[in-house]
Structure formats: C-alpha cells, structure tokens
Design a protein around this ligand. Sequence first.
Ligand code: DQA
Length: 166
Amino acid sequence: MRVLVLHGPNLNLLGRREPHLYGSDSLATVDARIRALAAELGVDVDIHQSNLEGELVTRIQQALGSADGIVINPAAYTHTSIALRDALGAVALPAVEVHLSNVHAREEFRQRSLTAGVCIGVVGGFGAESYLLGLRALVAHLRRTTPPGPAKARTPRAPRRARRPH
Ligand code: DQA
C-alpha cells in the first residue's frame, strides 16, 4: 500500500513560519515523523512539498496508478483552489485533508475549504500530529475498503483438470 503525502505552499518554512500557529518543528522533522509512522503501519509513503498550484495538481494526477490514497495539506490553496479540488475529484482516490492549525478558530476566509468536499475527512488543529492522525485514518479506511489483491485472494482456484492422454 502506498500513500502520497502533499504539503502545499509555505509549508517549506515550517519551524520558522509563525511558530505560535504552526509549531517549531521543521518540515524535515514532520516528514521524519510521517515516515516513522508509515513504517510502523507497513505502508510506503511518497512525500512532496510545492509552492506551485500546478505542480500540486500534477502530483495528484500522477498518484493515479501509483498511490492508493492521499494525505494533503493544501495550505492556502485550501481556500482558493478549484484546480486542486478538481484534481482530487478527477483521480477519485481516498484523500484526507490535514491542517496544522484549527482553521475554524481563525480568520473567516480560512473557514471555507474548497478541497474538503472531495476528501473522505479532515483533521486539523493538532500541529504535526494532524498528519499522523490523517495517515492513520486513511490507512484504516484503505484496509477496510480495498479488496484483497490476487496474491491474497481467499477463494482457492478450481483444481486444473488432468490432461487427457493423446
Ligand atoms: C494551514 C492553514 C491554512 O489556512 C494556511 O494558509 C496554511 C496552513 C494549516 O496547516 O494550518 O498555510 O493549511
């Protein structure tokens, strides 16, 4: 099972950027915690950050066929980006939206998410822990809903008929 984790704009500045809102951990530290949890859960993770809307759209499109689900903090694009919403809707992979801060306790313009409606759920307000809770929730959802692959198929195949002698 493979999960794509996406960080949106300005999250590369984590640790230095408004630490009273977003915490003092750097993005590298947050990513290390995500990787540690992924290892514990037995899933592979691909993690990317971009300040560019189009690049995030492309990453989401590329997830089709290469990932089973998405954890995304669209950052400011949460509140503005129809393109990200459409990309998430187009690939239709289970996605969890996460936020470090509790956007509902902040400015009014942050209280509308264009992306949440195409996600299976939203986690916010727990700092870096939001990503970990989001990853756990996504993996639990995928394990509940993904049918076992051919290698793990429970129905035994019918025995092959013996060849008739010529
Ligand atoms: C954020 C909340 C957004 O409103 C803001 O633009 C961000 C970070 C969060 O993680 O709390 O950049 O997504």
